[in-house]
Design a protein around this ligand. Structure first.
Ligand code: GLC
Length: 552
C-alpha cells in the first residue's frame, strides 16, 4: 500500500461522525434542528477533522422510531428543510473535504407508507406482495428486537385476516425483499440519493434482511447486487453495515475474500468486550476479541465505535459478563433498556473522569479500523435519563452555555428534545468553551484525529497484540508499509510499570516518538521498552526510522 492509496480507499482512514439533523442545530428557531443549521456547523466538523458525515434518517416519518419509520424514501422531512437545503449541505461538506452518507432503512417502512396502506387494503392489491404476509404465525418465530413493547414479530391485520412480519415495532412492517419489484425500488432509492451527491449508506438492520422461512431471502445475494449497482454508479461509494452478529457471520457479510458485499461493518463484539475490559480493569477481553477478529480483504474495513444512538447493547456477552458491565456502568435499573443494554453515554458511565474518558477514545482511534463517533462525544456530553428508552442519548447538541445550549432560541418546551440537565448540561459541557481551551476534551479529539489521520497504518496495517506481562495494560502494534506504531493503554486506576519486547522488525535500539505528548522512548539493544504509566494512561508511540519521512 502506498500513502496515495488512502485517497482511493478513503473509508479505511476516515473519521465518521454520526448526527441526527433534528437535534444538531436549529437555524430557524422553531425548536427542531434543520439542514440550514447543519450547514452552519460544517466548519466546526471540518476543524474537528471529520471526513465523513453519517446522517441519521431525515426522511418523512410519523416519528414513532425516531425517523427509522419512513413514509417516503425519496423525501425530506419538512421539519428539517427541503431537498434544496440538503443539497446545500452536501455541497458545503464537499467543499470542506467531507463525504456524506445516509441511513438506508429498507428492511421495513412505516405502516403509514403508501405501499403498506395499499398492501393491507386487500389481498389482491398490487402492493400486497411488497410486505410479508402469512395465514398463520409460522412455528419458531424469532423474538422481537424491542421486547419491552412487542411480544412477537407477526401482527394480525384484522381487515384481511393475515399476519404481517415486523422484526421491529409493529408499526414497522418488513418489506418483502424476495419480491423483485421491491428490490428494484430499493435500487432506485439508492440511485436517487447517489445522484444528489451522497457517498454511500449506513445500512440499517442487516441481519434481518434474510426474513423468515419460505420463501426467505439470501441477504448475501441481495447485498452483492446492491453493492455492484452502487459501485457501478460511483466506484468509491460505501455500504457501512449495522450487523450485530458473531465475527464469522460478519466476515460473510463483507463477502469474505471477494469483498463484494458490505464495505464496512461496525465491530459490535469488540465494542462490548471493550466495556467488559473497562468494567474489570483488565485488557484481556478486548485483546482476545481483537485476536479473534477476522483479517479482512484490503477493500474491507472495520468501523470501531464506543457509543451510538441506540442502547449500548451487551447482547454478545454472557449473562454473567453482562451483569458485571451493568453493575459497573448502569447500577440503576432505569439506566438499562431491553434487558440487554445501557442508555447512557460514556462520560457519565466513567463518572466524568477525564483520564478515563480520554483513554477510551485513545483506544478507539488507535484500533485497526475506522473510528465512528456519535455527535457530542467529542465534547463529552452526558444523557438525559428522563427521556424514554434510547432517546436518553439523543438530546440536542450543546454548542454553548446559553439557553438550550445554543441549539435553538425557541422556548425550551418547544424543543424536539430537552437538553441534558445538571452536571453534564450546557453550562458545564459545550463546544464553544472547549474550543478555546487547549486542555479540553474537544482539543484532545482534534489532536487525536490529526495523529490518527497521519498514522495511516492504523487503518491499513497489521495488528500485533504485545504481551506486556500485566493484565490491565493493552499494548498493540500496527504496522503497514507506510508506518509502524505502538499504542499503550492502562485500564487500571493504578499506575503501572511495564516492559515489553517490540515485535520483530521494529528492532533493537528503535526510537519511539510520542505522538500525543512531547518526548520519546528508546528500545534497548534487545528491542525491549520500559514505560511508566499513570492511572488510565494512554500513549501512542511512532517507530521512527530513517525511512519514515513523516513530520512528527
Ligand atoms: C437500527 C437502528 C435503530 C432502529 C432500528 C429499526 O437498529 O439503529 O435505531 O430503531 O434499526 O430501524
Amino acid at each position: 500500500m502506498r500513502l496515495t492509496d488512502t485517497g482511493d480507499l478513503w473509508w479505511k482512514t476516515a473519521v465518521v461522525y454520526c448526527l441526527d439533523i433534528e437535534t444538531f442545530m436549529d437555524f430557524n428557531d422553531d425548536g427542531v434542528g434543520d439542514f440550514e443549521g447543519l450547514a452552519h456547523r460544517i466548519d466546526y466538523l471540518a476543524e474537528l477533522g471529520v471526513t465523513c458525515l453519517w446522517l441519521m434518517p431525515f426522511y418523512p416519518t410519523p416519528g414513532r422510531d425516531d425517523g427509522y419509520d419512513i413514509i417516503d424514501f425519496y423525501g425530506v422531512d419538512s421539519r428539517l428543510g427541503h431537498h434544496g437545503d440538503l443539497v446545500e449541505v452536501l455541497r458545503t461538506a464537499k467543499d470542506r473535504g467531507m463525504r456524506v452518507i445516509a441511513d438506508l432503512v429498507v428492511n421495513h417502512t412505516s405502516d403509514q407508507h403508501p405501499w403498506f396502506k395499499a398492501s393491507r387494503s386487500s389481498k389482491d392489491n398490487p402492493f400486497r406482495d411488497f410486505y410479508v404476509w402469512r395465514d398463520e404465525i409460522p412455528p419458531n418465530a424469532p423474538t422481537n428486537v424491542f421486547p419491552d413493547k412487542e411480544d412477537g414479530v407477526w401482527q394480525l391485520d384484522e381487515k384481511t385476516g393475515q399476519y404481517y412480519l415486523h422484526n421491529f415495532y409493529r408499526h414497522q412492517p418488513d418489506l418483502n425483499l424476495a419480491n423483485p419489484k421491491v428490490r428494484d425500488e430499493i435500487a432506485k432509492v439508492i440511485g436517487y440519493w447517489m445522484q444528489l451527491g451522497f457517498s454511500g449508506f449506513r445500512v440499517d438492520a442487516v441481519p434481518f434482511l434474510k426474513q423468515d422461512g419460505d420463501p426467505g431471502v439470501d441477504p448475501h445475494e441481495l447485498l452483492r447486487s446492491l453493492r455492484k449497482y452502487l459501485t457501478r454508479r460511483a466506484g468509491d461509494s460505501v455500504l457501512l453495515g449495522e450487523v450485530n452478529l458473531p465475527f464469522e457471520e460478519q466476515y460473510a457479510f463483507f463477502g469474505g475474500e471477494a469483498a463484494d458485499e458490505l464495505t464496512m461493518q461496525f465491530d459490535f463484539v469488540g465494542m462490548q468486550k471493550l466495556y467488559l475490559s473497562l468494567a474489570r480493569q483488565d485488557a484481556r477481553p478486548l485483546a482476545d476479541s481483537l485476536r479473534e477478529r477476522p483479517v479482512l480483504a484490503q477493500e474491507s474495513q472495520w468501523a470501531n465505535f464506543v457509543r451510538n444512538h441506540d442502547e449500548l447493547t451487551l447482547d454478545k456477552l454472557s449473562e454473567a459478563e453482562r451483569m458485571e458491565v451493568f453493575e459497573a456502568f448502569a447500577p440503576d435499573e432505569g439506566m438499562r433498556v431491553f434487558d440487554r443494554g445501557i442508555r447512557r453515554r460514556l462520560p457519565t458511565m466513567l463518572a466524568g473522569d477525564p483520564r478515563h474518558v480520554r483513554m477510551v477514545y485513545s483506544i478507539l482511534f488507535s484500533l485497526p479500523g475506522t473510528p465512528v463517533i456519535f455527535y457530542g462525544e467529542e465534547i463529552g456530553m452526558g444523557e438525559n435519563l428522563e427521556q424514554a428508552g434510547r432517546l436518553a442519548v439523543r438530546t440536542p447538541m450543546q454548542w454553548n452555555a446559553a439557553a438550550n445550549g445554543g441549539f435553538s432560541r425557541a422556548r425550551s418546551r418547544r424543543l424536539v428534545a430537552p437538553v441534558t440537565p445538571d452536571g453534564f448540561g450546557p453550562a458545564h459541557v459545550n463546544a464553544a468553551d472547549q474550543r478555546s481551551d487547549p486542555d479540553s476534551l474537544l482539543s484532545f479529539f482534534e489532536k487525536l484525529i490529526r495523529r490518527y489521520r497521519a498514522s495511516v497504518e492504523i487503518g491499513w496495517g497489521e495488528l500485533t497484540i504485545i504481551d506486556a506481562g500485566v493484565d490491565c495494560v493493552l499494548v498493540h502494534a500496527v504496522q503497514g508499509q507506510e508506518g509502524r506504531m505502538i499504542a499503550v493503554h492502562n485500564f487500571s486506576s493504578d499506575p503501572q510499570e511495564i516492559e515489553f519486547a517490540l515485535p520483530d522488525g521494529m528492532g533493537p535500539n528503535a526510537e519511539l516518538v510520542e505522538l500525543l505528548r512531547d518526548g520519546g522512548v528508546v528500545a534497548d539493544e534487545k528491542g525491549r521498552v520500559s514505560i511508566a504509566l499513570d492511572a488510565f494512561d494512554h500513549r501512542w508511540l511512532r517507530v521512527h526510522d530513517g525511512d519514515d519521512k513523516r513530520l512528527s
